[in-house]
Design a protein around this ligand. Structure first.
Ligand SMILES: *Cc1c(COP(=O)(O)O)cnc(C)c1O
Length: 397
């Protein structure tokens, strides 16, 4: 596998990344650091991974030329249809990759934490498929809020472990999952769902998701004769779908990479998840990156209408791409994203995830030449967001 964007031996991309973990967690992380590259580069591993992506997930996902959007915005606009993956988003690529890795490491049990439940569902799915014991940590409040995904995970055979401390949400679930990992470093693998966390997770997840841009290259070449687009747009939560869509275009001298973060109710409203717009450098979940924090370093509770972008940091790779100007980061508000979700539904018959709608919402703010080739990564489908979308439909009437 080509690995263009490799961190250094300590997991740094420039000054970002690393593995800032408590001493008790060190053996777990070290085992992964020492083994992950060797395993995932093995031919057998790649063959098994690629076969499941093809026959189980349904890859390659189509690269769909949108005539309607192209006419409206005056460019050649393509949608990379990650929404058509099994389970409805890109997260399954990483979940399957990590469960396969865990099996090679002789792990008996998978744990993960989840907020909105999307990563939990992808993990529970991969565990059912590959016959692994699976426990998902989830805040008690989130269990109430995200009932359909909790039911899905149970149906898939996963155990749900409620986190009852603190605010009973994602960060409390993370704490409990890490505690469980420390207690069983030999038998348990902890699956992180985005390009965040201590080294080697950002690189590991980026490599599993890089299949997205690998396919875009082949598909564009077939459709246009040229494998490099002028623009790639993707929404930015932790950054896994964005890095997957960017990976093989980084530093090619042609493609402009644009990551769209969640502005929430506005970058200066106090209710936002726009990390680059507001963030300062610090350490979150074991890596150095930009994050939203107070002057004395407390993490600020983020807000976004889309649960998948509601995170106060971004993966260290994206901090590096931003600082070195290899990618541009912009933000879109809740309202703009909702409007873009309605628009795509009506104009294309595709209901996008509210996360993906952030990327779509940036189109009207751009200036194109008519032959510009633009790829938008449609990270997931919007079925999970129907309740939210319905609320705004009533508001509009
Ligand atoms: C989780 C999720 C995201 C955000 O995560 P990234 O790691 O930034 O990709 C985006 N879109 C969808 C559909 C998601 O489920």
């Amino acid at each position: 596998m080509k690995t263009k964007l490799q961190p250094d031996a300590n997991g740094f991309y420039g000054e970002f990344g690393g593995a800032f973990v408590p001493e008790m967690l060190y053996p777990n992380v070290l085992e992964l650091q020492e083994n992950y590259l060797k395993i995932i580069q093995e031919e057998d591993f790649q063959a098994a991974f690629k076969l499941l992506l093809k026959d189980y997930v349904g890859r390659p996902t189509p690269l769909y030329f949108s005539k309607n959007l192209s006419e409206e915005f005056g460019a050649q606009i393509y949608l990379k249809r990650e929404d058509l993956n099994h389970t409805g988003a890109h997260k399954i690529n990483n979940a399957i990759g990590q469960v396969l890795l865990a099996k090679r490491l002789n792990k008996k049990r998978i744990i993960a934490e989840t907020g909105a439940g999307q990563h939990g569902v992808a993990t529970a799915t991969a565990c059912a498929l590959l016959n692994m014991d699976c426990t998902i940590y989830m805040g008690e409040v989130d269990i109430e809020r995200q009932k359909p995904n909790v039911d899905r995970m149970r149906l898939l055979g996963a155990k749900i472990q409620p986190a009852t401390s603190g605010s009973k949400t994602l960060k409390d679930a993370t704490n409990e999952a890490i505690r469980a990992w420390i207690n069983d470093p030999v038998g348990t693998h902890y699956i992180i769902g985005s390009v965040v966390g201590p080294h080697p997770y950002p690189d590991l997840v980026a490599q599993f998701q890089s299949v997205i841009s690998e396919e875009i290259k082949i598909q564009l070449k077939e459709k246009t004769g040229n494998e490099n687009p002028d623009y790639v747009l993707a929404c930015l939560g932790g950054g896994s779908n964005a890095i997957g869509a960017f990976y093989h275009f980084i530093d090619n001298g042609i493609t402009q990479l644009i990551a769209i973060e969640a502005g929430g109710e506005g970058v200066n409203s106090g209710k936002t998840a726009a990390t680059i717009a507001l963030g300062k450098k610090g350490i979150i979940h074991g890596s150095k990156t930009y994050l939203i924090q107070t002057d004395d370093g407390q993490i600020v509770e983020p807000h976004s209408v889309s649960a998948g972008l509601d995170y106060p940091g971004i993966g260290p790779i994206h901090s590096y791409l931003h600082d070195t100007k290899k990618a541009e980061v912009v933000s879109i508000t809740d309202e703009e994203a909702i409007k873009a979700a309605f628009d795509l539904s009506v104009k294309e018959g595709i209901i996008p995830a509210l996360e993906s709608a952030h990327a779509l919402a940036y189109l009207p703010k751009m200036k194109f030449k008519s032959d510009d080739v633009v790829v938008i990564n449609l990270s997931g489908r919007g079925d999970k967001d129907l309740e939210t979308l319905k609320k705004f439909m009533q508001d509009e009437q």
